[in-house]
Ligand binder design. Sequence first.
Ligand SMILES: Nc1ncnc2c1ncn2[C@@H]1O[C@H](COP(=O)(O)OP(=O)(O)OP(=O)(O)O)[C@@H](O)[C@H]1O
Length: 274
Amino acid sequence: MTAISVRHLWKEYGDQIVLEDISLDFAPRAFIALVGPSGCGKTTFLRILLSEETVTRGEVLIGGQPIAREPGADRGVVFQRYSVFPHLTVLGNVVLAAEMGEAPLTGRLFGARRRAAEEEARALIEEVGLKGAEDKYPAALSGGMQQRLALAQAIMRRPKILLLDEPFGALDPGIRADIHQLMLKLWNTCEMTVVMVTHDLKEAFTLATRIIAFERRRNRPEEKARYGATIAKDIEVWPKRIAGQPKTKSVNPGRDDPALPSGPGRDDPALQTA
Ligand SMILES: Nc1ncnc2c1ncn2[C@@H]1O[C@H](COP(=O)(O)OP(=O)(O)OP(=O)(O)O)[C@@H](O)[C@H]1O
């Protein structure tokens, strides 16, 4: 079944058309990267998938059903900054995510349920590489650690869909590379579809299974309000990345397929003696 289906979506703010007749189907467990020039509506699209915005026309289906009117535990989100609560510790932030999911009215868990949530949170904190920082507050964490925490917080609610709005955009390149590995690990192990907005094409190709580029084709200032962004490119990343299969399968490319990625190959002398 299709995880996310968008049919003839239009989004307008007053007289301004932001998104124009967008139709897309995202397969379950796909990792979609949304790219495009600043202001073309990427965040708006993400906010629609989060139910923080409504469509002007068209429909969005999640798992075949019309999208819920309110954000829910089925959809997690990580922003570039400020995704975590500054007044809660690392552990407190991740446990709160469970509390909001399991006890949405009171936002508190007690007794055995709280202990279980805490245990699960500690395991997740370790998985994202923050073991030892459980009692720290976000202000005492580096940018990369804060984003690891934000990912743990989002994953704790076991979302079916994870929405990322330039989550790694503010990080240094080395830290970014590490967190990319973590992101791939989480996508491989958690059963979720990921939609990520990024400005960084390299990041898009490093992580995604498919890259969608939005673009306003007619971009004259006087036309801006009358035409929204449409899908300018829809690229299936090759070699295919499949969730749950961290390593790319060895395949023989067809005549019209791109060459195999670099690495030891047929012409590698080391292989001939092996
Ligand atoms: N709540 C709102 N009310 C009115 N206009 C809005 C609102 N939210 C976004 N817009 C407008 O919609 C357009 C698209 O904004 P959006 O933030 O989605 O673009 P973006 O592609 O994510 O940009 P960036 O890459 O710079 O983050 C912009 O012109 C913005 O001013």
